[in-house]
Design a protein around this ligand. Structure first.
Ligand SMILES: Cc1cc2nc3c(=O)[nH]c(=O)nc-3n(C[C@H](O)[C@H](O)[C@H](O)COP(=O)(O)OP(=O)(O)OC[C@H]3O[C@@H](n4cnc5c(N)ncnc54)[C@H](O)[C@@H]3O)c2cc1C
Length: 449
């Protein structure tokens, strides 16, 4: 493509799912796109410290699968040839609600499960193959660089982390657009402050939840996943399990309000048994442990309100977990990050075609709540109840009312496949949360026995 003068080089900080999807989109608008990551990233899908969450079950929602397929045509088929089977969610996932198991039956919602490492490595491979994109590992960004007016970001400062023990050196990487996709632990608020801009306010809703994950060689079954739902405030424990592309079982146990699964192997099976889930028991007690335990406890919902800042430097964008990180049990992060990357591309296209003035980062940030508001509502409503429970308060009436309805709806999923389908469509983000308030769903939920 021919880039416009002054808009030739883009730099993306972070090569997780959000950063890679963004690089793919930016390659349509810039003649050079550089993705930097502090990890030595490879296209082989090896574990790396920058994404410790990759050890845990990562479900890609239906919407996210659609978006990534649009960005990387043939991805689904490619993952399938590598062992990640596509199946129907209703048939292939054993779902346990607080009211009992949902009968397994076809619901028409396709799903594909795989490890996060496989997904990321295949996407990285495709992004790295785009001639105008360079993916550089071992580069840690340390701050933003501005022009002499201080109003425009013109690049970043970065330390190249040596793979040999020679001293690290600091460099300036120039760019016409900088995108921060450095994840949940982004330090952009501090970088902004260092160049004279205000820090955003953080909204945090914390369910006090932690994950513990093990990998098993296990039984060959006609199902490929388990979702054991927890429920505030009396059922803090739950689980996910998936049959990975290599045929092994990745089992994630979770517990809210501080009722955490063990950090060591000792107790893992006991915690799983406490769920009284026969399918889970088959894997954990009937299978052979291959790896684990991996533990993760930074799961709070955190929204950085960049969209409310009175001042924002030109040529800077932030997306993915760096803006809005969700409690992972709702499985929304990769989908939301991909949607945001696509929205950035759409904004750049509108400005190229003259339908809109040049996309200033500020406008992009102000529009992000259009994408994050629905997922934020879904993941923080239940979590407000956990947070209130931990603090010894009652949650707000609106949160309790929504929880009551969702609980009733989960109960109805057991007897009514149409309600289950509606629930899954919202869970997979192919429908908005308001879909669950449609008269047909409402009536079936309230009258189910
Ligand atoms: C335990 C857990 C389970 C999850 N399960 C799911 C799930 O089931 N489904 C789902 O959709 N999402 C899930 N998520 C969320 C998902 O991991 C993220 O939302 C998703 O990866 C998008 O994140 P991102 O690209 O913004 O950041 P990340 O994927 O975290 O990537 C950030 C990258 O930035 C790099 N980086 C950080 N700082 C710097 C720096 N200064 N310089 C250079 N590079 C830097 C890091 O090395 C990393 O590669 C889960 C999260 C957790 C914590």
């Amino acid at each position: 493509m021919t880039a416009e003068p002054g808009w030739e080089r883009a730099l993306v900080i972070g090569s997780g799912i959000g950063g890679l999807a963004t690089a793919r989109v930016l390659a349509e608008h810039f003649s050079r796109v550089t993705v930097v990551d502090k990890d030595q990233v490879s296209t082989e899908g090896a574990p790396r410290p920058g994404v410790p969450q990759a050890r845990h079950v990562h479900g890609l929602l239906g919407k996210g699968a659609e978006v990534l397929e649009g960005l990387f045509p043939g991805l689904r088929a490619e993952l399938e040839t590598l062992g990640a089977v596509c199946f129907d969610h209703g048939q292939g996932v054993c779902t346990y609600t607080p009211h009992g198991p949902v009968p397994r039956a076809r619901v028409g919602r396709p799903i594909q499960v795989f490890t996060r490492e496989l997904l990321e490595s295949r996407i990285r491979r495709r992004v790295a193959a785009i001639p105008s994109v360079q993916v550089m590992g071992g580069v840690r960004v340390t701050g933003l660089r501005t022009d002499s007016s201080g109003r425009r970001v013109v690049g970043v400062s970065a330390i190249r982390l040596p793979s040999t023990p020679s001293p690290a050196s600091e460099d300036v990487l120039p760019a016409d657009l900088v995108v921060d996709a450095s994840g949940r632990f982004s330090v952009l608020p501090q970088w902004l402050e260092a160049i004279g801009y205000p820090q955003p306010r953080d909204r945090v809703v914390n369910a006090g939840l932690a994950y513990s994950t093990c990998l098993f060689d296990g039984p060959d079954e006609d199902w490929r996943g388990i979702y054991h739902v927890n429920s505030a405030p009396h059922l803090p424990r739950g689980a996910y399990a998936i049959r990975t592309e290599s045929g092994q079982w990745l089992v994630t146990l979770f517990g809210a309000a501080g009722d955490h699964p063990p950090v060591k192997l000792d107790g893992f099976s006991r915690f799983a048994q406490s769920l009284n889930n026969p399918e889970l028991k088959k894997i954990v007690d009937g299978g052979n442990l291959v790896a684990g335990v991996h533990h993760y406890a930074r799961t709070e919902n955190r929204l950085r309100e960049y969209h409310r800042l009175p001042r924002w430097p030109e040529r800077l964008v932030v997306l993915g977990d760096a803006v809005c990180a969700f409690n992972p049990i709702y499985g929304q992060g990769m989908t939301v990050a991909s949607l945001e990357a696509v929205a950035l591309g759409a904004q750049l296209t509108r400005s190229r075609t003259g339908a809109e003035t040049r996309p200033e980062g500020r406008l992009f940030q102000q529009r992000l709540p259009w994408i994050t508001a629905g997922p934020w509502l879904l993941s923080t409503n239940e979590d407000q109840l956990w947070q209130a429970h931990m603090n010894g308060h009652r949650a707000r009436l609106s949160a309790r009312a929504l929880h009551w309805y969702m609980n009733k709806l989960l109960d109805a999923t057991i007897t009514d496949p149409q309600v289950y389908r509606a629930f899954l469509n919202v869970f997979h983000m192919v429908r908005r949360p308001t879909h669950l308030a449609r008269p047909s769903v409402l009536l079936r939920t309230l009258t189910s026995t």
